[in-house]
Design a protein around this ligand. Sequence first.
Ligand code: SAH
Ligand code: SF4
Ligand code: F3S
Length: 444
Amino acid sequence: MTDETSTTAVKKLFIKTYGCQMNVYDSQRMAEAMGAEGYVLTEDQAQADMVLLNTCHIREKAAEKLYSDLGRLKTLKADRPDMKIGVAGCVAQAEGEEIIRRMPLVDLVVGPQTYHRLPAMVRGEAPRIVTDFPEEDKFDHLPAPRATRRAPAAFLTVQEGCDKFCAFCVVPYTRGAEVSRPVERILREARDLVSRGVREITLLGQNVNGWHGAGEDGREWGFGRLIRALGDIDGLDRIRYTTSHPNDMADDLIEAHRDVPQLMPYLHLPVQSGSDRILKAMNRKHTSDQYLRLIDRIRAARPDIMLTSDFIVGFPGETDQDHADTLRLIEQVGFGSAFSFKYSPRPGTPAYERPEIDAAIADARLQELQALLTRQQKDAQAAMVGRTLGVLFEKTGRIAGQMVGKSDYLHSVFVEAPDARIGDLAQVRIVESAPNSLRGALVA
Ligand code: SAH
Ligand code: SF4
Ligand code: F3S
């Protein structure tokens, strides 16, 4: 068989996803929208009739990945001129037609708020570049989400965009203003996922705990109330959410951590820096002390909660003292894990024009901070040994009879469980901590 497209109506779509979980969710939605057009997903880029790159603009390196990948696609497209290449996501939003100017092999560019128009664009019934922020809700125009490949854990976007305008961040520009999806849609999508075998849902939003909406009881609901409503869904065993802003940790959300057993004892609450000067320059709108007091309140509500964070090292103006303040905050909180990044100046953001600090100093600080965080991660994992935790099996391991799943704390756990199936939620006693995973034994 030489040309598959000429023998069958089925077309193949290859999607590469960069960046955050929101992009993972969006890629699934785009796959479904294209499915309705007769496209099926392929893992093999060389076989694809269409290659879609769902991009991230958060740091310079992330954005540059797109261009190196496009460079590599040139030969493939030269061999197969019919192949369509689409760029979606946050680079598409930020750079628009510049992408086609730089890389003429790109056929279409679609922003994160307009990807419901992708099928029309592919049919040639819409412009090649669609990056506006439409009034209409893209979710209204997409086919109902499906739990793909029997995965027991799924993402559900409840909120998009960001109004916080941290001085370093592109998200308010690439994703637009904060929008909350309506309660009834979220609950319907959650029930639908559960009816298809999903047992764990991670609620997504760039600023997810800022979610609010008119509730089923006619009152204004906050995010904590939404979580309580999700907790009433039979068969939904685990609820998570990401990413949160400290200033939106309302009382009702903290109380949900105390009251809703399905809400996992895990919270990603980025602080970025422990220096009040730098927090102010970043426009984070809270101090390190306010963050620490917030952590105290969260831990009072849910003593066994594990906290994780993001850090930016080498923000413009950061001194040794600022860096020391960040290390102290990390010591004080004790994080289960964290992401840390060297500051990357992003065009269009307020911090872009500010003088950068010495790169070697920033590198050294990043290493020091990561060493501390790695130590804390190891300690947090070691503290799991001897505990009995829920583990949701997501796949089989490499060894026969082995299952791999996620603990309540999102650690990967390897368990010998020959009779178990994917989607089982087992009680597991943790027996060993490895560098990036745990080993456990089934509890009878
Ligand atoms: N909405 C989330 C995070 C979104 S971006 C929040 O407010 O925490 C994910 C992480 O990327 C951020 O937490 C930050 O640590 C990092 N980041 C964002 N912009 C960056 C930049 N210009 N340089 C380096 N890291 C950055
Ligand atoms: Fe970016 Fe700040 Fe918004 Fe997070 S809260 S998405 S870091 S602007
Ligand atoms: Fe990247 Fe856009 Fe997510 S910039 S981190 S893909 S919101």
